[in-house]
Design a protein around this ligand. Structure first.
Ligand SMILES: Cc1cc2nc3c(=O)[nH]c(=O)nc-3n(C[C@H](O)[C@H](O)[C@H](O)COP(=O)(O)OP(=O)(O)OC[C@H]3O[C@@H](n4cnc5c(N)ncnc54)[C@H](O)[C@@H]3O)c2cc1C
Length: 504
């Protein structure tokens, strides 16, 4: 699209997931977009080569597995219809609603029109970046300046209001000199370690930040099936993702026989923390979990990476305004640099894609910078805050449960009637998702961020089914929540003798 009279010079910091989604949306509107990315350009090669060889220090989660929820896959398809084919060519998989049904529902499934939109895009994050980047490089009005680090922001005062007018950039090559570039609008898509907060502080602008530690470490190991071995069928007998209370696990199927396993343990569980760091004990843990045995049992897969981890897992919310006034005009933060959730829920890229869409919609209207910033902040709060809050609530529940297990010596606290009802209702809800299509569909919509968290629970029919399950099955519903697997003591005993000794 040719640049329109209202077209602006837009500088985006960071060519990660959200930076690229935003760049694509704004270039399509006719803005002139330059993305500055500190890491090297995308190398040539196939998805395997890119996964193993591309050095992505700026996105330290690059080799951790990612799932891309329906919210993101639908936004990408709606905004860039010709993009999606490139994912299939790169070996990505479409996981449909029907494929995700629990076995009991699968047999009596009747499709509803809305199920079409309930699909996940499954590929390695490297493949996601490769496809987005190659597509972006073909677009008019869009330039990606790789190997260029943004070092500072350039600002000026207009009356009492500070505004951003450009950036100081510097190539990473030896002897490169910094230079200033001008921009009408600067978008901070620099991710979880964005330097803008520091620069705001140095300029005397105070961002309000809420930050809550999720109390876990996140470890990954990648594997590939040996030749002739197929991926296990989903038969509903085992769970390829689950929460044992003291440990959360999950399998991320990939293409070409590749798959990844994640293990998350509490930061303060020293024994299990040490165990997931080590390749041999990582594998031992996996082989002790029934849900992982169809993947890693019988010596059918080989590891393609060591086990590697990531800490600093937090829910973070930044507020870039004060008394409803933007702190810095013409500056917008999207994705992790603004809103971060625990990666365990697989929401970050989808909330990033929603955030990009909010921003591109706001910038498609020719309005003054204060109104645009205010509208962006309001929409961000309306659409993303409930997701962020739900993630934080889940973190808190997880922390409590893990602490109870770790300090098992204390007698279980007596439960109030209200608490007992809440647990019974939760169990009935979990059971209902396994036996009632209507409830599963609602929960799946929530999981995929196709509605605000828990919106499906307002549906009267859904409520009736959950109450019916509560009354009909009573305490039996508890089984629905129990994930088969060893308890913590059994797990530790099954590990290498050193770990068990440490535990004693
Ligand atoms: C372990 C882990 C697992 C995850 N799993 C999932 C998942 O399954 N599903 C999901 O949806 N989300 C997942 N996430 C979250 C997801 O990775 C992030 O939410 C997403 O990448 C955010 O996109 P972003 O564009 O904001 O930041 P990023 O993708 O991190 O990109 C930021 C970019 O900015 C660049 N940059 C930074 N500073 C500068 C600078 N000064 N100059 C120039 N460039 C700079 C970086 O090099 C990087 O390329 C996971 C996160 C982690 C940590």
């Amino acid at each position: 699209m040719p640049a329109s009279p209202t077209s602006k010079q837009i500088a985006i910091v960071g060519a990660g997931i959200c930076g690229l989604c935003t760049a694509l949306g704004l270039a399509k509107q006719g803005h002139k977009v330059t993305v500055y990315e500190r890491d090297d350009p995308l190398p040539d090669g196939d998805p395997d080569e890119i996964f193993f060889e591309w050095l992505r220090r700026g996105a330290s989660q690059f080799r951790h597995p990612h799932a891309f929820l329906a919210a993101m896959s639908n936004l990408l398809t709606e905004q860039f219809p010709d993009l999606i084919e490139n994912f299939w060519q790169a070996g990505a998989r479409k996981v449909t609603f029907q494929e995700m049904l629990p076995p009991e529902l699968s047999q009596r499934y009747t499709p509803a029109p809305e199920d079409e939109a309930l699909w996940l895009l499954m590929c390695r994050r490297a493949t996601m970046e490769m496809v987005l980047r190659r597509y972006a490089l073909q677009q008019p009005n869009l330039t990606i300046a790789s190997g260029i680090r943004v070092n500072a922001m350039v600002t000026e005062m207009v009356g009492t209001q500070m505004q951003i007018t450009g950036l100081t950039v510097q190539a990473r090559a030896a002897n490169a000199q910094p230079s200033n570039i001008n921009a009408d609008i600067v978008i901070d898509a620099a991710g979880r370690g964005s330097p803008f907060k520091r620069w705001f502080q140095q300029t005397g602008l105070a961002i309000e930040t809420e930050s809550h530690d999720a109390g876990i470490v996140y470890y990954t190991r990648h594997y590939q099936f040996k030749p002739g071995i197929d991926e296990p069928k989903r038969d509903g007998k085992t769970r390829s993702a689950g929460d044992l209370g003291y440990l959360k696990y999950g399998v991320f199927p990939g293409s070409g026989g590749h798959f990844a396993v994640i293990l998350c343990v509490p930061c303060d569980d020293n024994i299990l923390h040490d165990a997931v760091k080590d390749d041999a004990t990582f594998d031992q843990i996996c082989s002790a979990i029934p849900g992982l045995q169809p993947w890693l049992g019988a010596d059918q897969a080989v590891a393609t990476t060591p086990s590697f981890g990531m800490g600093n897992i937090k829910a973070v919310w930044h507020d870039f305004s004060h008394d409803n006034q933007p702190l810095l005009l013409n500056y917008y933060a999207v994705g992790d640099s603004s809103v971060r959730t625990n990666p365990l829920y697989g929401r970050g890229c989808s909330t990033g894609a929603i955030h990009s869409k909010i921003l591109t919609d706001v910038l498609s209207q020719d309005q003054d910078p204060v109104s645009a910033a205010t509208q962006f902040a309001e929409e961000t709060r309306k659409q993303l805050r409930p997701i962020w809050q739900a993630s934080l609530d889940e973190d808190r529940t997880g922390i409590k449960r893990a602490q109870t297990i770790l300090t098992a010596s204390s007698a279980p606290a007596a439960l109030t009637l209200k608490k007992r009802f809440a647990i019974a209702y939760g169990d009935a809800l979990t059971r209902s998702t396994q036996i009632h299509l209507r409830v599963f569909r609602g929960a799946f919509r929530t999981f995929n961020l196709m509605e605000l968290p828990g919106a499906f629970l307002k549906d009267i029919g859904t409520q009736a089914l959950i109450f019916w399950t509560l009354i009909r099955y009573g305490a039996e519903n508890k089984k629905a929540r129990v994930v088969p697997g060893p308890d913590r003591d059994e797990m530790i005993a099954s590990l290498a003798p050193e770990a068990a000794q440490h535990a004693a």
